[in-house]
Design a protein around this ligand. Structure first.
Ligand code: FES
Length: 148
């Protein structure tokens, strides 16, 4: 396996290439992922997604974002997570666009009762791991009988 390149050169390139646009970014140097959206006002002007094979941009999300007259906070998060904002709910795993309702449903239905099982089912927590504390907290909450 080739070593992953850090995202810093891409961030510098985007800052120069997208001129006066405001940049919103997601970077994971360990995974070699850099994602950037350039906004003029609230409107999307450009995107740059860099990552290893398997780290994919959701083209329908990108098309919808370019077509929108304005991107709100949830749409911006969804775009950088590479997913559509469909299905709603708070985003827990930004790497894979996994929402709180999806995690709750997996736990409540018994399909996933550990972070590892959530990773196998939804991919949540299987990239940078920064959402693992949230996954553990959600599982503990959902498995507490009084929480439903
Ligand atoms: S936020 Fe990176 S693996 Fe969940």
């Amino acid at each position: 396996m080739r070593p992953l390149r850090p995202p810093a050169p891409f961030a510098a390139w985007a800052a120069g290439a997208f001129g006066e646009a405001a940049l919103i970014e997601y970077a994971n140097a360990t995974a070699g992922i850099y994602r950037c959206a350039a906004l003029v006002g609230d409107r999307l002007e450009a995107i740059l997604f860099v990552g290893p094979a398997g780290d994919r941009l959701c083209w329908s999300a990108a098309r919808a974002a370019f077509a929108a007259t304005a991107l709100d906070r949830d749409a911006r998060i969804a775009l950088l997570s590479g997913r559509t904002p469909e299905g709603g709910g708070a985003l827990v795993c930004a790497c894979f666009g996994v929402t709180l309702p999806a995690i709750r449903d997996a736990v409540r239905t018994g399909r996933a009762e550990t972070p590892e099982a959530l990773g196998a089912l939804l991919r949540a927590g299987t990239n940078c791991g920064s959402c693992l504390p949230d996954l553990k907290r959600i599982i503990a909450h959902e498995r507490t009988p009084a929480s439903h």
